[in-house]
Design a protein around this ligand. Sequence first.
Ligand code: ATP
Ligand code: F1X
Length: 315
Amino acid sequence: MIVTLTPNPSVDRAVVIDALRRGEVHRATESRIDPGGKGVNVSRALAAQGARTVAVIPSGGPAGHLLDDLLDAAGVPRRSVSVGGPVRMNVSVLEPDGTTTKLNEPGPRLSGDEVDALLATTLAAADGAGWVVGCGSLPPGAPEGLYADLVRRVRSRGVRVAVDSSGTALAAAVAARPHLVKPNHEELAELVDHRLPTLADVHAAAADLVADGIETVAVSLGADGALLVTADEVLHARATITHPLSTVGAGDCMLAGLLHGLSSGTHPLDALRTAVAWGAAAVTLPGSRVPAPEHLRAIPVDHTRSPDLTRPLGA
Ligand SMILES: Nc1ncnc2c1ncn2[C@@H]1O[C@H](COP(=O)(O)OP(=O)(O)OP(=O)(O)O)[C@@H](O)[C@H]1O
Ligand SMILES: O=P(O)(O)OC[C@@]1(O)O[C@H](CO)[C@@H](O)[C@@H]1O
């Protein structure tokens, strides 16, 4: 069982337009809504593959009701904590060449009691879980150290804990030593405060985090796949997708596949292969739709225990 905490979930609307032009009216050719927020997507991806999960979210306002309904309709188990402010609605603008532009709202302001209720609900759900994962940005009112607090409290219960966030929330969480972090390329560069142009640079930055006490650092690298670093191994996997439709939520599907693989006790290389297959399958689907088992069959994944670290990224 994998428990996700998304302190700032969303209802995601994706619109497809021919090309984005500032200041103009655009007529969308397609649109869809999905339940959103990074941990919500991790739970959706797990549930879509028949894995056990529960999503802990704050829920308030009309968008909160809609989010609850969408999760129920998708068969994603949830524990919603009622909050006063309205859940946000995020927009993704998708262009036919695969360019995705995201417009994310800040989210509702949470009170101290609401934050405490979210943490308490997550800890109650964590009892007997394989992993707890805290994901995404923090809404206004949530303390910067929320994930660090989550890490300490989950660890003290003997449960494994992961964090996927960015900026100061990620930096604070890293100091509390989660078992796993999943930054993307940009988030890792921001965390270590310098550019990471090659796989060797990504490896060095991830290895420093491992030396600081984080067991597993998995860096998602978009079309360059993902690098997984532990004290014993450096693993790389990637899949080639010729026509990406939407990258929204690909990192969340990748993290879901990784945690699923790791909790089934497979070797980290197999878990990474699963992760990359789930992430790559997500980019073949519209909006933040998560892959079903049939979407994974057509995704061949190259994977290696000895990656060429001199390779520049984005080549
Ligand atoms: N263009 C692509 N081609 C093939 N695979 C891709 C592509 N984009 C993403 N992926 C797969 O999805 C995974 C996650 O992608 P990415 O690094 O963009 O995550 P992210 O930035 O955390 O995404 P998000 O925050 O939108 O969930 C990658 O590790 C890779 O396996
Ligand atoms: O604003 P955050 O919390 O950083 O990201 C939120 C978000 O962009 O992330 C998901 C994709 O990863 C979307 O479902 C959602 O809209």
